[in-house]
Design a protein around this ligand. Structure first.
Ligand SMILES: C[S@@+](CC[C@H](N)C(=O)[O-])C[C@H]1O[C@@H](n2cnc3c(N)ncnc32)[C@H](O)[C@@H]1O
Length: 274
């Protein structure tokens, strides 16, 4: 059993069928209880309007370590994206016009911190709904003495919609989004045409969307929706997957997939002028 602090996805007692299946087939679903998490999917399905849309995650309470709690309290004011309705920019977050890169679903944030170290002249924004992961990354940002990363515990779909201006991102990175591999859960996948249309609009012309997954069916879905978008061009060749580029480290979730013998598919698409 790994240390819970380094595992933002450590199994919890109140997980449900949906939340346990999203991270692959290695973990058997456990009996559901009466928690909000258990009711998340049926509630999503009952309420079709966009306020109660089907989400790409199930919010679980998660266990915060004392160090993570302290990091959230002490470091969020320094390294958090301000929780205002205002749209963000490099200028507002970092005080200059550096290229802005967004990572969605950073997990424990180790990859985010690594990328920010490698590309010190870029500004990174990381979004994650899992609170312990946010606590974990805040500590790592402080330890690495990074000034080019900001993070927020939030639903990235809402954040993209309301807080990212069109044509503002130099890069969007989505590494190992929850695969939701059962057919009846496929509708929960983050990367679908509607989401992609909104994301592409927020990329600058020339900006790159980089995704990776260890679930082949999801990789095919990503390739299909990206391939159909009129403003996206596959950086490698039409229909081709990419080699893992230098800027992406092997992520924590990827390591787990490797242990289970999963393959990995990287996709790189650039926004071009329509
Ligand atoms: C399978 S994990 C991968 C984590 C990490 N990228 C890695 O490769 O180790 C997917 C992550 O996406 C997060 N997530 C799912 N939907 C999200 C959303 N709408 N907004 C922000 N984070 C989300 C989950 O909480 C989870 O931590």
């Amino acid at each position: 059993m790994e240390h819970p602090e380094s595992d933002p996805k450590a199994p919890s007692d109140n997980t449900d069928d949906a939340s346990s299946e999203q991270h692959g087939s290695e973990r058997e679903p456990v009996a559901a209880d009466n928690s909000d998490e258990h009711n998340a999917e049926s509630s999503d399905e009952r309420n079709g309007d966009h306020d109660r849309r089907i989400r790409s995650f199930v919010r679980r309470a998660g266990r915060l370590t004392p160090a993570q709690s302290k990091a959230l309290e002490d470091l969020l004011p320094r390294f958090g994206v301000p929780e205002t309705p205002a749209q963000i920019s490099s200028q507002s977050l970092f005080g200059d016009n550096r290229p802005l890169v967004l990572e969605i679903g950073f997990g424990n944030g180790d990859a985010l911190v690594w990328m920010a170290q490698q590309q010190a002249d870029h500004g990174f924004v990381g979004l994650e709904v899992h609170r312990p992961g946010v606590g974990h990354v805040l500590r790592a940002i402080e330890t690495a003495e990074l000034n080019n990363v900001r993070v927020l515990e939030t639903d990235a779909v809402e954040f993209l919609k309301h807080r990212i201006a069109p044509n503002s991102l130099a890069g969007l990175r989505i590494y190992f989004p929850d695969p939701w591999h059962k057919k009846r859960h496929n509708k929960r996948r983050l990367v679908q045409s509607q989401f992609l249309a909104m994301a592409v609009e927020r990329l600058q012309v020339g900006g790159v969307i980089h995704m990776a997954t260890d679930w082949e069916h999801y990789a095919e879905q990503m390739m299909e929706v990206c391939g159909q978008h009129p403003e996206l061009v596959n950086v490698v060749a039409p229909g081709a997957y990419a080699e893992r580029p230098d800027w992406r480290p092997v992520t924590r979730f990827e390591q787990r997939g490797r242990r289970l013998g999963h393959g990995v598919w990287d996709l790189l698409f650039r926004r071009e002028q329509n």
